[in-house]
Design a protein around this ligand. Structure first.
Ligand SMILES: [Ca+2]
Length: 471
């Protein structure tokens, strides 16, 4: 089923550069990566239709929409790790989101996209949610800060905007806590992007914009909530939050246009995981924190005058782990050789694309625990374990990873079965080879366990595996 093929008109916004690629093959294009937090596949207006996203629509109309685009994990920190490193977060030790005062972080020895781009003279900035380690004025754990991970400049929050998107109190700019900042988080972030761009020099730039919306607790201007007043208040607040995020992105796009930056800038948009709101996932199975598609399949948009394909919708599976190798190929940087992602530049150029290794995901806390996309199919592995797992990654969870094994499998043909309802595994002719593939992947994860120390010992039983909804 393809829900969005009908939406994009090729005609009106197909700019001149596409017809004459040689004019528009910049060696070092600027890069803006826009990341939403918990925005579902169906929160993109052209897929779900329940909210207004005119600026994202415009990006997709002027570029391409990736219709089988996957986050790197089912929640925040793992997915951001995959984006920054081009690796499966399970191989980097990021097994779950990072709670406050917790040792999990993106290890310093990992090579980030920002560090790679700096080798080509890029100016780099991170603005928004960090969630790759502590980010405070006086760090306790000595985790690498954005400046240690390749960013010249940073305005961010360690995790979510607190107490909500309205008047946040936890932004830190280049190591200095700001205290209360008046306004809404997405607009604060957009304004900071423009202020940073105002002072940049003529070297190319990489701007990583990690919006806080629509992660709970949402807050949006009352007039936007009113716009969705035909919905239940909780839904109206959520949809208004997507709308507001889109407006902030629109401000940034207007800035880029007014400053003649659109022709030499790659703009990418995605989300770090599926929505926690089932209706936002457009019929995909499950929600955030699950490895069914509702937890990991997200909107993917690339706008860049260097795009040569005639396609407006690309349905080849791709994801956040592919972003680093893609941008390395575009900018002529040799990427690290142990990546899980594959450059999707050939897809942007209308050329054959061969994935080096299948996309896969791992999450210890929900069932299934591992998933792998193989062609049109998603194979999932379940360990049938019923021991409660903590919400905050603990020593008990870590010990569990040392022995985890798969007892059961599910297989879905996503072209025929969008909502993953029909498990084909038992009768599938390739079940043994698919089983071997995913078993082997789990062994690799077990063998590469990151040596975390001083994990919290105590299980947090508020939210555990057996209490979670079983899809
Ligand atoms: Ca998230």
């Amino acid at each position: 089923m393809n829900r969005i093929l009908i939406f994009i008109s090729i005609t009106s916004l197909f700019w001149m550069g596409c017809e004459n690629p040689s004019v528009n093959e910049p060696k070092r294009p600027n890069i803006v990566f826009l990341l939403a937090d918990d925005m579902g596949y169906g929160d993109f207006e052209k897929v779900g239709g329940s909210t207004k996203t005119p600026n994202l629509n415009r990006l997709a109309e002027e570029g391409v929409f990736f219709d089988n685009f996957y986050a790197a994990g089912p929640n925040c920190s793992p997915s951001r790790t995959g984006l920054m490193t081009g690796k499966s977060p399970a191989k980097v030790g990021m097994y779950s989101y990072r709670p406050p005062m917790h040792p999990l972080h993106l290890p310093d020895q990992e090579v980030t996209l920002a560090e790679l781009l700096k080798t080509k003279g890029y100016q780099t900035a991170h603005i928004g949610k960090w969630h790759l380690g502590e980010l405070m004025e006086k760090p306790v754990f000595n985790h690498p800060q954005p400046q240690d991970q390749g960013f010249d400049y940073s305005l961010g929050t360690e995790n979510n905007a607190e107490p909500s998107h309205l008047n946040p109190i936890n932004f830190v700019r280049n190591g200095k806590a700001l205290g209360l900042v008046e306004g809404y988080s997405c607009q604060i972030v957009a304004q900071e992007c423009m202020d940073w761009l105002d002072q940049k020099n003529d070297d190319p730039f990489f701007l990583y914009v990690a919006f806080h919306e629509p992660h709970a607790k949402v807050a949006s201007p009352p007039e936007l909530v009113e716009k969705y007043s035909d919905q239940a208040l909780k839904d109206a607040k959520y949809l208004a939050n997507i709308d507001h995020l889109d407006m902030a992105i629109g401000r940034l796009l207007d800035y880029l246009e007014q400053n003649d930056l659109m022709d030499n800038t790659i703009i990418m948009f995605s989300s770090d995981n599926g929505s926690y709101r089932l209706a936002s996932n457009a019929g995909l199975k499950a929600v955030k924190s699950y490895l069914y598609d509702g937890g990991i399949r997200v909107p993917g948009i690339v706008r860049w005058p260097g795009i040569k394909t005639d396609k407006k919708v690309i349905d080849t599976p791709t994801g956040l782990v592919d972003v680093l190798p893609t941008l390395c190929e575009i900018t002529g940087i040799d990427p690290p050789d142990d990546l899980d992602g594959t450059s999707f530049l050939p897809l942007l150029e209308g050329k054959p694309f061969v994935r080096k290794r299948p996309l896969y995901w791992f999450f210890y806390r929900t069932v299934p625990e591992i998933a792998m996309r193989v062609g049109n199919h998603m194979i999932l592995g379940l360990d049938r374990d019923t021991i409660p797992r903590s919400h905050q990654f603990s020593q008990d969870d870590y010990d569990y990873l040392k022995t985890i094994s798969l007892k059961d499998y599910e297989l879905y043909d996503l072209r025929q079965d969008f909502s993953q309802k029909n498990n084909l595994f038992d009768a599938h002719p390739k079940k043994d080879s698919l089983k071997a593939l995913i078993d082997h992947q789990l062994v690799e994860i077990r063998n590469l366990l990151y040596p975390w120390k001083e994990l919290p010992l105590k299980l947090d039983r508020r939210k555990n595996k057996i209490k979670w909804v079983r899809y």
